[in-house]
Ligand binder design. Structure first.
Ligand code: IDP
Ligand code: MG
Length: 137
């Protein structure tokens, strides 16, 4: 079974779609095996998104990610990394398929409601960044 790290970003929490995001994963047979709410510091957001530190949007992205509470989740399922990303939709909501989380709820390319790891290597890094062994089942 594969695992991935998903986040309901501060805009998703603000828009009251935590339950809706979880429902969309659960309805496709994806299990939540770890979950917690946190408000990230700017430094924690920078560490999480370190792969993007040279991008022009890094400062704004990490301000956004530390602007309010997030829901961090470890999801488990068969091929969950690509399947969760399909349910999320494209990074830019204008390019996201109908019926995806980002198409339905995201306001722009930065404020796009949800995160999902993009590879087994990043899933490993991201899960271990936020969760210790006692915090997943
Ligand atoms: P992903 O979340 O779909 O994997 P990434 O390219 O890994 O997309 O980018 C990480 C996050 O950075 C995005 O989810 C989005 O919040 C933000 N982001 C990506 N591209 C841009 C951009 O061009 N402008 C502003 N924010 C962006
Ligand atoms: Mg990414």
């Amino acid at each position: 079974m594969e695992k991935t790290l998903s986040i309901v970003k501060p805009d998703g929490v603000e828009k009251n779609v935590i339950g809706e995001v979880i429902r969309r994963f659960e309805s496709k047979d994806i299990k939540v095996v770890g979950i917690k709410m946190v408000k990230l510091s700017k430094e924690q957001a920078e560490g999480f998104y370190a792969v993007h530190k040279e991008r022009p949007f890094f400062g704004s992205l990490t301000d956004f990610m530390s602007s309010g509470p997030c829901v961090l989740m470890v999801l488990e399922g068969e091929n969950v990394i690509p399947r969760a990303r399909k349910i999320m939709g494209a990074t830019n909501p204008e390019e996201a398929d109908n019926g995806t989380i980002r198409k339905d709820f995201a306001s722009d390319i930065e404020h796009n409601i949800v995160h999902g790891s993009d590879s087994p290597e990043s899933a490993d890094y991201e899960i271990n960044y936020f969760f210790n062994q006692l915090e997943t089942v």
